[in-house]
Design a protein around this ligand. Sequence first.
Ligand SMILES: O=C(CO)[C@H](O)[C@H](O)COP(=O)(O)O
Ligand SMILES: [Fe+2]
Length: 228
Amino acid sequence: MAVQISPSILSADFSRLAEEAKAVEGADWLHVDVMDNHFVPNLTLGVPVVESLARATETPLDCHLMIENPDRWAPQYVEAGAGSVTFHAEAAAAPVRLAREIRAKGARASMALKPATPVEPYEDLLSELDMLLIMTVEPGFGGQAFLDIMLPKIRRTRELISKHGLELWLQVDGGVSASTIERCAEAGADVFVAGSAVYSADDPAAAVRMLRDQAAAVTASAPWACAH
Ligand SMILES: O=C(CO)[C@H](O)[C@H](O)COP(=O)(O)O
Ligand SMILES: [Fe+2]
């Protein structure tokens, strides 16, 4: 799969969300961080804002739900227009049932792991998912420093994907920038969320293209990557 970039709207100006979404058109996805002040100590936006964003941009929405009880709420984000919905493994009561429901409603189903959550207990569940998100910061805030100690987990996950011959996309989120994206790509990630690195740039669309080129240069020689 070709590398994909998903700029995070968390680092945008929330008073101008539609314009900020348009500023990164050309990106593969628009990453929308939903936080409920329970699962994480921060509060952002919910279903009505996602509905409006879906109308405001052509870019498909990649909703990252940092919320309690995703079993109840995640399907509503599909109905709101999200193209991909990520719930947290630590919060889901029935992840397989939830992934199947998200897919049945027509979105890509994805599951996220906080830094301290290992991937191995979920090995048999990966075939139920379209994407696995490995957090490279503690979820809750943009602009945090990338956690290098997550690189072995990315590598082990890529090995599991290869071992089972899965089509699963491997996303990284948190502290991804021009100085960290190559290490993530080398470890096996192929979908990259970047918030501050994109929205702090003078030209966010150009920042997206530069990040994609950097990652693509690394994965071009990766045995698991192939053009689509
Ligand atoms: O899920 C998130 C935080 O919980 C954000 O997507 C992430 O932090 C993006 O911001 P940055 O690239 O600035 O780290
Ligand atoms: Fe996120």
